[in-house]
Design a binder for this molecule. Structure first.
Ligand code: BGC
Ligand code: ZN
Length: 367
């Protein structure tokens, strides 16, 4: 079967390859689920992997099939699978619990304390830019048929759900926390989905992006009743002077110096959650006395988040449904760049650089 792969460590190595079909028996005890891939989304991580800045091939192999934002349909189940049936639409979790940490043991590999992690399409496990795959039921999240047109957005949505969940969990330290204003730093797919999730929770949201409005992303933010601010026009701390500080901030720009500016935009008792995977080696100067004093005297909190667990995918399904109920037609507008067929992998990688691209995705097979 066809697959889009890279040679990790070799920049620009993305190519079409041929793989044997997976066997249902690669999951023991008759628990295998075969999934036909329908759509796969791409993001900055795929770009970084093809730039040889990130990513690892499975042990004993030299290529890695990329693609971790999946959507597919179950075509076969082992005799001992009761959770899923042929015809169910599913999205796979990305990270597998294969380490020895306590978190892996409780199937929370997103919290693993080990340096090695197994992620489909990213690290040590092939991804989904291929025709089919086999996984265990606990890795698969069922998507109601009524959400299949936006199912490919579940993986990035799950990352947002975890960021909010850990932020809210942190705030339980406060006994009473009544967040009113949130800021989202970054207006890409994660920033947009975070703006959506925060609006669905009733917060007032300011989302910061680089480009001056109007453009598609700023329109989408306004359509949610949130406000878009271009940092080229108004730096984050100027906006704080104009409209006030924030109870919750999600950093999702990929530009690490903004973490420190963002943290200074927090209200007392506020929390900032960091989610950008920054593979580079950028440095910045920080007014450390002021920065530290603000955190100490204001009981502020900063924490990082990566990946997502099953519960965050499930929460993501509920938010996708809520979004279609409350902001009907909004989610499909994120699906800006469909690429037909695995053969057009070069076009898919190029679309990641295209102006106006929000979600680039490959239509692997018809639904
Ligand atoms: C993926 C996550 C993953 C992270 C780090 C992101 O692009 O969406 O699932 O944990 O990269 O590899
Ligand atoms: Zn990703």
């Amino acid at each position: 079967m066809k697959a889009i792969a890279v040679i990790p460590g070799k920049a620009g190595s993305v190519h079409l390859t041929d793989l044997p079909e997976p066997s249902l028996d690669q999951v023991p005890d008759g628990r295998g689920v075969r999934v036909k891939v329908i759509r796969v989304g791409l993001d900055g991580t795929d770009k970084e992997i093809n730039a040889a800045e990130y990513g690892a091939a499975p042990e004993g192999e030299n290529v890695l099939v990329i693609g971790h934002e999946s959507f597919g349909v179950v075509t076969e189940v082992g005799p001992n699978v009761t959770e899923l049936a042929v015809g169910d639409y599913v999205v796979s979790r990305v990270r597998q619990a294969r380490g020895d940490s306590a978190y892996d043991v409780i199937d929370a590999p997103d919290l693993t304390t080990e340096d090695t992690y197994w992620e489909h399409g990213i690290s040590l496990v092939h991804g989904f830019l291929t025709e089919q795959y086999v996984e265990q039921p606990r890795m698969l999240i069922r998507i109601p048929a009524g959400l299949r047109h936006v199912g490919v957005l579940l993986e990035p949505t799950s990352v947002v759900q975890k960021a909010l969940a850990v932020g809210w969990e942190t705030q339980r330290r406060l006994k009473v926390w009544q967040p009113r204003r949130a800021a989202v730093l970054g207006a890409g797919t994660i920033g947009l989905l975070a703006t959506l999730a925060l609006r669905l929770r009733g917060l007032e949201v300011v989302t910061f992006g680089l480009a001056p409005p109007p453009y598609l992303n700023s329109d989408l933010i306004q359509a949610l009743g949130a406000r878009y601010v271009s940092t080229q026009e108004t730096p984050v701390l100027d906006e704080v002077d104009n409209s006030g500080s924030f109870d919750f901030i999600l950093e999702a720009t990929g530009f690490s110096p903004l973490v420190f500016e963002g943290a200074r935009a927090l209200a007392k008792n506020g929390v900032i959650v960091l989610s950008s995977v920054t593979g580079g080696s950028r440095t910045t100067e920080v007014p450390s006395d002021k920065f530290n004093l603000g955190f100490v005297l204001g009981n502020r909190a900063m924490l990082g988040t990566v990946n997502a667990n099953r519960e965050h995918f499930e929460a993501g399904v509920r938010d996708l449904a809520m979004a279609e109920a409350q902001y009907a037609g909004w989610l499909p507008r994120l699906l800006t760049h469909p690429i037909t067929g695995l053969d057009n992998y070069e076009q898919a990688m190029a679309a990641l650089e295209a102006k106006g691209a929000i979600k680039v995705f490959v239509e692997v097979a018809p639904d």
